[in-house]
Design a protein around this ligand. Sequence first.
Ligand SMILES: *Cc1c(COP(=O)(O)O)cnc(C)c1O
Length: 403
Amino acid sequence: MSSLTQPAAAVPGRFGPYGGRYVPETLMAPLEELERAYEAAKADPVFRAEFESLLKNFAGRPTPLQHAGRLSAHLAGPKIYLKREDLLHTGAHKINNAIGQGLLAVRMGKPRIVAETGAGQHGVASATVAAKLGLQCTVYMGTEDMARQALNVARMRMLGAEVIGVESGSRTLKDAINEAMRDWVTNVRTTHYLLGSVLGAHPYPTMVRDFHSIIGREAKQQILAAEKRLPTHLYACVGGGSNAIGLFHEFLADRAIKLVGIEAGGRGTHLGEHAARLAAAQGYSGARPGVLQGTYTYVLQTADGQIAATHSVSAGLDYPAIGPEHAWLADEKRAEYSAVSDTQALAAAKLLARLEGIIPALESAHALAGLIERLPQFSKDDLVIVNISGRGDKDMDTYARLL
Ligand SMILES: *Cc1c(COP(=O)(O)O)cnc(C)c1O
């Protein structure tokens, strides 16, 4: 059986057959420069100390691991702990990666960052870090998303970022990524592309994972302190997959621990109605391996290979591809992936609000809904950590409308 870390180590940027660097020639040099800079930074104690200091003093780490007593009693299944990434500055895990890459831009001598954003959470995290580090910041955002997320557009502008509306394609996240890449190629001497999830060409999936792996390292220490044992299950929602791999990474080598990623099942299993890339076993159609935005992974596509439309009530999970490491973990059966519907996620959000006093992001509500769906499979001795990747403030319009 293949070791879980070996393929990535043997071929940098590969997770089994997935990952890699499928980009036009003009992007090869900047990606190689970034890879060298990241490798050097990772080994530099000064860089690591700066990263840890900002995580602690600016972002608010460590985040609590909270026992969800009323929720556990209500569900009468496993004992449930919540990893509270929602308590971080700007309201989600995304700030971990934004700080890491912001510091890297400074180290590379680049005074400007560009970023893409869907719901606006990654744009806000990037604009926040740019302000803190004195970097110029341009954020690309589909005009469809700008209309839906006006508050986050206002936050980015108040933080000093330039927000550029993207009118091409479906005017959502994947179109914003295309524009951010175009800007990067044109301005690469002065500009770093601050990609927001474990997607894109190498080194992004590895680098972004590393910046988020603090989530799992904290959670392991915290659960050992609280329970004197390791968890039996970890649950996280999976858009691109950064909060999930951030929690899972520290636990990968311990095969007894079940890792469960929950995708957006949207409003049905037909292509176009969901954003479930690894849930074919549940009947979700349209996902096959392919290349999107620089990486080889599972992609939702039509029969002739066009990128499919996706739907989720949660903007952060509404993307046609998945991080390549998740594709590999699924093939290896090291992690399990399944999808829950919009309706299940909304119900889970309401339950968490009423029982624990936490209004989660719609994305995070998917993780809890996935646990609830699998309740019959648990025993009383099971010990679960659910990653609450973000808070629900940004989703209050949706909650008010649909609940
Ligand atoms: C962006 C976002 C996600 C989805 O991104 P991943 O890379 O899959 O983690 C999940 N939760 C929240 C709160 C987000 O803002």
